[in-house]
Design a protein around this ligand. Structure first.
Ligand SMILES: O=C(O)CCC(=O)C(=O)O
Length: 382
């Protein structure tokens, strides 16, 4: 028989219910629910159609809500049309902080297998998935729910599997889930392919900022700059957003920005991702065979504010569950990220304090990560 959770006021949430929420949204839904439990109900002003950001346009109700992001053709970026593609890339990073990447060169089979195995992972019984639950942020594998289930007052309608790719794939691989049996192979292929894409994109981004290899080498006291990108951190996050009986009351992910340099995101055909653009929330139209790429906080810092890390959130819906797979890239965890000296002058003074990954971890452990509050805390000029 399905488990019915009666609406209760938040402070009366019982221990059993807390235990249930900690197991994640999949488990909650498997019990059969017809209402969103109070733990997931956002205050009215934070709900998807609150009007705070969309000037009264109800989400999903109008064509204006759907956004065709700038499209960057990876093949052009690698070919004779590079300078034109670099200008489009610069414009996309400045004006949107997001773009869709087409002709990326990753084989369709690599993407299909990663999507398929991710779905099968979330279909496993809770007992199998729960083997990978951990509170340790530096664990090579973490299964969990919401954004940070140790801190979040209101829970997000999302479960996740996080696969760290560090310090090396061979070291982390034995810790990754052994079921489904093909998960490790599919995720290794996916991570290697997205890492290559990231390295190529960072080369292009540096060039678009006027930073050639010699400039960045001299900034690093002669150390080859490419090593700091090649040895950089990579985290694969598989997000699962089950269908939700009352999607207008909750969110799959609250408004946030990403911490790293670049995020390369694979979304399935179900809409859900929204970004802040032109003072309102707009839905990113899924584009077949593409990746959504976005600027993270570290790239906003590195570019001294020229490229924008844009706040985004995820809507859920009542009929379809959605899966997205994000590959988050940054410098090695022990490296400082700072504005490139070449991008600082009298007209553009240094805008951010130097920062590293541990300061981000301290930040999210001590408060809710909302909007761009980490980047705000690093600002020298408001
Ligand atoms: O699911 C999505 O479309 C976005 C995911 C996201 O924002 C994240 O993983 O940080």
């Amino acid at each position: 028989m399905g488990l019915i959770i009666e609406p209760v006021v938040a402070e009366e949430t019982s221990f059993d219910q807390i235990q249930l929420y900690q197991k994640g949204v999949r488990s909650l839904c498997e019990g059969g629910i017809t209402k969103v439990p109070p733990k997931y109900i956002l205050p009215e002003e934070e709900r998807p159609d609150s009007g705070t950001w969309d000037f009264g346009t109800k989400y999903g109700s109008s064509e204006v809500d759907n956004l065709k992001l700038p499209v960057i053709d990876f093949a052009q970026l690698q070919g004779s049309n590079r300078s034109h593609a670099l200008s489009s890339l610069a414009k996309a990073c400045q004006d949107y902080g997001f773009f869709q990447l087409i002709n990326h060169g990753i084989e369709a089979e690599v993407i299909r297998r990663m999507g398929d195995v991710s779905k099968r992972f979330f279909d496993l019984p809770f007992e199998e998935r729960s083997k990978y639950m951990s509170k340790d942020m530096s664990s090579p594998v973490r299964y969990g729910t919401s954004y940070n289930q140790n801190n979040d007052k209101v829970f997000c309608w999302r479960d996740f599997l996080k696969l760290s790719c560090h310090p090396s794939l061979s070291e982390v691989l034995p810790h990754w889930p052994s079921s489904p049996v093909d998960l490790r192979e599919a995720a290794v292929n996916f991570s290697e392919n997205t890492k290559f894409l990231y390295l190529m994109l960072m080369e292009a981004i540096k060039e678009s900022l006027g930073l050639d290899r010699e400039t960045t080498e001299s900034e690093n006291n002669g150390e080859d700059d490419s090593t700091k990108f090649e040895d950089g951190s990579q985290l694969i996050v598989v997000n699962c957003y089950p269908s939700c009986p009352e999607p207008e009351l909750t969110l799959g992910l609250l408004p946030h920005s990403d911490y790293g340099l670049l995020t390369i995101l694979l979304q399935d055909e179900v809409k859900g991702l929204q970004i802040q653009h032109g003072g309102r929330w707009v839905t990113v139209e899924p584009l077949p065979n593409s990746f959504v790429v976005n600027v993270g906080d570290h790239l906003e810092i590195f570019s001294n504010g020229r490229y924008k890390s844009v706040v985004h959130r995820v809507l859920v819906n009542s009929s379809k569950s959605r899966i997205s797979i994000a590959s988050l890239h940054s410098l090695p965890f022990d490296r400082m990220i700072r504005p490139s000296p070449k991008l600082i002058d009298r007209a553009n003074p240094k805008r951010y304090k130097d920062t590293d990954f541990s300061s981000f971890l301290e930040h999210i452990a001590s408060r809710e990560h909302k909007n761009k509050n980490f980047l705000e805390s690093r600002k020298l000029i408001s």
